[in-house]
Design a protein around this ligand. Structure first.
Ligand code: TYD
Ligand code: MG
Length: 477
């Protein structure tokens, strides 16, 4: 408990980005969100610690290491030891196994499979002594889940506990090779006087776990829930504390899940891993394009795949259009997940510059999966899907698009085309349409020949188009 010398103060934290303010604010000055400030009581000053150094914020000493400044060139480099988690996809996304002493955050919506994955890892890696701490489920519930998953549970220790200081005490005694903490929202530390799940608790708990990992060398996997309102009350706050952020995405009703690396201090963030949720846990999907194929087997017209970027993360998704004769005098235009004014502009360009008479047609546009797209780089996919529906001519399922459409019907280049091309190739696409004016830093393939580029990138044919007329010629002939 807090010592008498400690002071408590009331602070306001932004639930979206963790910004701290001494008073309530309607709008967070850091992230610009409205109504996100939440009150929290924080104990300041030197906290008494129940378990030695772990609970004291700051003031740590790493055993065997001095804290005096040293020349960078004198630091031993060969110490970044990685431990395989016996799961090919997770190992790959981490950059070749988990780094000793690292703190890895796995975020995702409730029910997406975070607990399943983090329990599956120790069960299928029995040579590794693991401590699995659950703050959400009883030990019996975890046992039942483990039975379902199969594997070998003889070297997996389970603890149902929510107090960080208690957890660290047990972890020090047990000395596991890996610790899993499920979830950060249920944990609390005695050094902060607010309820579990509050911004102050989440931040402090994670900071203590980070120091524990760094000091002992035990890698820690921390699980965090993401709220439905998109951005993350919790993990978002933690992004800059932890070493690695992996995000679990997917439709909870669908079978497929994508694990995406958002931040990785020890590897690249352009990796994704795909899993399928089965009756006996998560199966690694080695060829992710199988995820997109079922939607396209029937060869329907009116769908096109856009290669998008979400921040720095490339991803592919489906644009759907339906063009039909207007039932009433005036044509309807409706768009879900896309700006209807931009749709109108694209239709006007199609009419004026390429001669498609869409004035008397109803046009409905939908971004699959409930996505909301504001990026102009999916213009080309929108135009392709509208034309495909209009001609009732299906676009092959292994084709995707990345390009902006200008007012004179020209196809304009979009940013980071290389990443989009690489992601499309990785997902098994065979052809991508981009602007003729794109300059690729690394030329993965020649424009028309479909020859391979550098040997490590899978084959993808890059088709360059200068305007809508060229797109129509190349796509629908
Ligand atoms: P879970 O790992 O509990 O999600 P999270 O920890 O992210 O909240 O996964 C929950 C869902 O996964 C649940 O709806 C049931 C389903 N599931 C399976 O389909 N197969 C399985 O073998 C397991 C263990 C869970
Ligand atoms: Mg869970």
């Amino acid at each position: 408990m807090a010592a008498a010398s400690n002071k408590t103060k009331t602070t306001w934290f932004c639930k979206n980005c963790g910004y701290e303010s001494p008073k309530w604010l309607g709008r967070c000055p850091s992230c610009g969100q409205w109504n996100t400030m939440a009150e929290s009581t924080v104990v300041t000053g030197k906290a008494t610690s129940a378990h030695g150094s772990f609970s004291a914020p700051g003031g740590f000493s790493v055993p065997g290491q001095t804290r005096t400044p040293r020349r960078l060139s004198e630091i031993d480099m060969g110490s970044e030891a990685r431990i395989s988690l016996c799961n090919k996809e997770v190992d790959r996304i981490l950059g070749g196994g988990i780094v000793e002493g690292s703190l890895v955050l796995i975020g995702g919506e409730p029910g997406i499979g975070k607990s399943t994955l983090s329990l599956q890892i120790p069960l299928f890696c029995p040579s590794m002594k693991t401590l699995y701490v659950s703050g959400e489920e009883s030990v019996r519930q975890v046992r039942m889940r483990a039975e379902r998953l199969g594997g070998d549970s003889s070297n997996c220790f389970i603890l149902s506990e929510t107090c960080i200081e208690e957890i660290l005490k047990h972890a020090q005694e047990l000395a596991p090779e890996l610790m899993v903490v499920d979830s950060v929202q249920t944990m609390y530390t005695q050094t902060v006087e607010s309820t579990a799940g509050s911004v102050a608790q989440i931040r402090e708990s994670a900071a203590i776990l980070l120091r524990f990992a760094k000091e002992t060398g035990i890698p820690v996997i921390l699980i965090g829930h993401i709220t439905k309102e998109g951005y993350i009350a919790g993990p978002k706050i933690l992004e800059h504390i932890v070493d690695v952020v992996l995000q679990f995405e997917g439709e909870p009703r669908g079978a497929y899940r994508i694990l995406r690396s958002i931040k990785n201090r020890f590897g690249s963030t352009s990796e994704i891993a795909v899993f399928e949720m089965t009756g006996t846990g998560l199966r690694e999907v080695e060829n992710p394009s199988e995820m997109l194929i079922p939607m396209h087997e029937s060869g329907l017209s009116g769908t096109a795949i856009a290669a998008m970027l979400d921040g720095v993360r490339p991803f592919l998704f489906e644009v759907q259009a339906l063009v039909s004769s207007a039932a009433y005098g005036t044509a309807q235009r409706s768009a879900t997940g896309f700006d209807v004014r931009r749709l109108n502009m694209l239709l006007a360009v199609l009419e004026k510059r390429a001669g498609f008479k869409l004035g008397q047609k109803d046009v409905f546009l939908n971004m699959a999966g409930g996505l909301r797209i504001t990026d102009t780089s999916c213009d080309l996919a929108v135009v392709a899907s509208v034309l495909s529906s209009n001609f009732d001519f299906p676009i092959p399922p292994d084709v995707c698009f990345a390009g902006e459409v200008g007012l004179s019907g020209e196809i304009r280049p979009v940013g980071q085309t290389e990443r989009r091309v690489a992601e499309a190739a990785r997902l098994g696409f065979k052809r991508i349409y981009i602007s003729s004016f794109t300059r690729l830093a690394t030329q993965p393939a020649s424009p028309t020949s479909g020859q391979s580029g550098p040997s490590e990138t899978p084959l993808i044919d890059i088709v360059r188009v200068a305007d809508i007329a060229a797109l129509v010629r190349k796509l629908f002939k």
